[in-house]
Design a protein around this ligand. Sequence first.
Ligand SMILES: [Ca+2]
Ligand SMILES: [Ca+2]
Ligand SMILES: [Ca+2]
Length: 487
Amino acid sequence: MRKRKLSTRVGAGLAAAIASAIVVPLAFTSSHREAPNIMLDPSADNTDVYAWTAPGAEDSITVASNWIPGQVPANGPNFFRFDDRARYYINFDNTGDGVADIKYRYEFDTDVRNPNSFLTAGPNTTDYAGLNQIQTYDVTREEYKKGKLKDTEVVAEDLNVAPSNIGPKTFPNYEDDFVPGAISDLPDGGKVFAGQREEPFFVDLGAAFDAINVRVGTGNQGQGKDDFSGYNTSSIVMQLPEEQVTKDGEPVADMDSANAVVGVWSTTERRRLEVRNADYNAGSPGSVSGKKNKWVQVSRLGNPLVNEVVIPLGMKDRFNRTTPDRDAELYGQFVTEPELAAVLNALFGINAPETDRADIVQAVLQGIPGLNQHSGQNAGTPVDTLKLNLGVDPSDEESRFGALAGDLAGYPNGRRPIDDVVDIDLEVVAGILHDPPNAVPLGDGVDQNDAPFLEEFPYLGTPYSGFDSNPSQRFEPSHPPTPAGGP
Ligand SMILES: [Ca+2]
Ligand SMILES: [Ca+2]
Ligand SMILES: [Ca+2]
């Protein structure tokens, strides 16, 4: 590997040794149905963003972004697809000001070949040509300078979207027949995938929203109930040569390079005016075009859990509409005085500091100096983007506690699918990065996904089929209690 191997010089300073685990399960969604308005618009609701350096693709940035939460696999006959009337974006900020410098725009188009059939695919369908309903998409790269659009380039057109996994009688070899055909190389390097995947977020959700209930016997040592087990989601996964997203357009030499850190987040836009019951078969996109009918941002997501548990209810939809460069001004107080810390103290008496939480601002919004904080004039600007240092190689031994456990290739340095962001963020809110530290081994008792991730692109797992649909019942204990190994 060309990049310098890391010591744990940053992680060692972060991690605090914990002798005993207390039993406090708490949980949240990352950003599933997190705000009153976007909850009513699931096809525009983005749920999780992951950005990491994948093994075998060390010179690229890998990003996965999910939309349409809580897909019950059996929900036919119209299964799940992206909305042709929306624009889906993956955004990159390479200067640290919270303003996108590069955006990849994904736009979808659905075609029904035989409108007289109620099936989106007939029995024994083994290729895209056999689908009755097929969705395709175009990818457009937009380049900005200080927020001004400088260049727009359509980099791919009419790519296949992997269909929803209906069942073995419809798709006898779903993964082999449809995933390779949904992976497309981009002309300037890199590749993209769009389509259904297994829901990679893992959490004990039921406990959290029942007034932060407690399941006795769990903590950060496993045996919780993964309420997202058995569900699917709609994913866009892209892998780009890193020089396509760095601020100088060059590859990253090492983790100390001035171009090493890139901020990532995803957004969804809709037309201000939209026809909700447009006729897809007539080829109408359902959007009312025209100069005055602007595209407006209706959802965004960078770090997991920010809009979920940091932003108060009355502001969650505004958070979805605003841009990261305004985060400090609009929402800074909710981070420095997090309600969650007070709630945790009231319920469990864990002595989490309740005010002046510069440590949370740094971990989530500013980036950690020497690891994933931008360099240059915007160093330390608090913006909700997922900040990844592209000079950090993948870890030989990954820890679900990521950087807190000295595994610098993990959250909050970017985010890998295996990172246990619920446990990490609970421990951060409790004060593990605080000075002085307040190390409390909080966790929801769910410490890994219910389905395996793939070792290769597109990394996210095979979606459950409609035939095998059994949502939220796949936790029965999928693995024994794990040792307290984390921080
Ligand atoms: Ca920027
Ligand atoms: Ca899952
Ligand atoms: Ca967990």
